[in-house]
Design a protein around this ligand. Structure first.
Ligand SMILES: Nc1ncnc2c1ncn2[C@@H]1O[C@H](COP(=O)(O)OP(=O)(O)OP(=O)(O)O)[C@@H](O)[C@H]1O
Length: 262
């Protein structure tokens, strides 16, 4: 059972998970998790290593489909539509629910093509002028335009780690997503690059539903308005970030945020 903070106000849910369990073969990695992902907030998933944060995050855009042993039970909806229905177009789903990974993973293509690829295959821009506009707009939103505008033909992989991660965020934004999932997006970055990503998350907050998995409680406290604490595959506690950090209700949450384990 998840403890939900009693004073948590109701907000519009972009995505809803109900009694979601995830198995790798016979091993249950997620145990009946139910949560609403608010439309307008940043939600942080925290918890000790191996508790299932990334596994649960990946269920939200069916990234687990790529792992043959993984099986998902329960229901996940996006604007009320079943994400796991057989007719779901998974490519379309992953455009609506974009993802940014731990390690920046730009395509081995130019900076321009990294951004232009998605809008091209999803038919979001007709002609070069429109595509140029989408590329510029996405790079501006990701706070990268001024750094790369004179080198759009350089390879995306030639950028610094922090720039590559902002390029990956720009790539996700370019296809006009509704949700952005971030799986420890700063874990490979230095403190300055991390601060830039956190600023960017702040700027994007409100335009997209954002979910971030993080090992850093300071980061969760800085960037999120909702926090879910996971432990051994269960979602133990969920509430406003300020409540989770200042007034945790469960012993296990208290132990984790006071650094007793993790
Ligand atoms: N591809 C996989 N095949 C089998 N088991 C897996 C796979 N991926 C994760 N697991 C297992 O599922 C459990 C949850 O792992 P997961 O990576 O989701 O946790 P996490 O909380 O994100 O951990 P971390 O913070 O270390 O990234 C762990 O026991 C892990 O070993």
């Amino acid at each position: 059972m998840t403890v939900v903070h009693p004073n948590l106000e109701k907000t519009d849910a972009k995505m809803s998970a109900r009694e979601v369990s995830v198995y790798y073969g016979d091993k249950k990695a997620i145990d009946e998790v139910s949560i609403d992902i608010p439309t307008k907030y940043v939600t942080a998933f925290i918890g000790p290593s191996g508790c299932g944060k990334s596994t649960f995050l990946r269920t939200l855009n069916r990234m687990n489909d790529t792992i043959p042993s993984a099986r998902v039970e329960g229901s996940i909806t996006l604007d009320g539509e079943d994400v796991y229905r057989s007719k779901m177009d998974v490519v379309q789903l992953r455009a609506r629910v974009g993802m940014v990974f731990q390690k920046p993973n730009p395509f081995p293509k130019s900076i321009y093509d990294n951004i232009a690829y998605g809008p091209k295959i999803h038919g979001l821009a007709s002609g070069k002028t429109e595509l140029d506009e989408v590329v510029e707009k996405s790079l501006r939103r990701a706070g990268l335009w001024n750094e790369v505008k004179d080198r759009l033909e350089d390879s995306g992989t030639a950028l610094s780690g922090g720039q590559q991660q902002r390029l990956c965020i720009a790539r996700a934004i370019a296809v006009d997503p509704e949700v952005i999932l971030m799986d420890e997006p700063c874990s490979a970055l230095d403190p300055i690059a991390t601060a830039k990503i956190e600023e960017l998350i702040d700027e994007l907050n409100g335009s997209y539903a954002i979910v971030i998995v993080t090992h850093s409680m300071q980061q969760a406290a800085r960037v999120s308005q909702r926090t879910a604490f996971f432990h051994l595959g269960k979602m133990v506690e969920y509430g406003r970030t300020s409540d989770i950090f200042t007034n945790p209700l469960e012993e296990r949450t208290k132990d984790y945020i006071t650094g007793r384990y993790g």
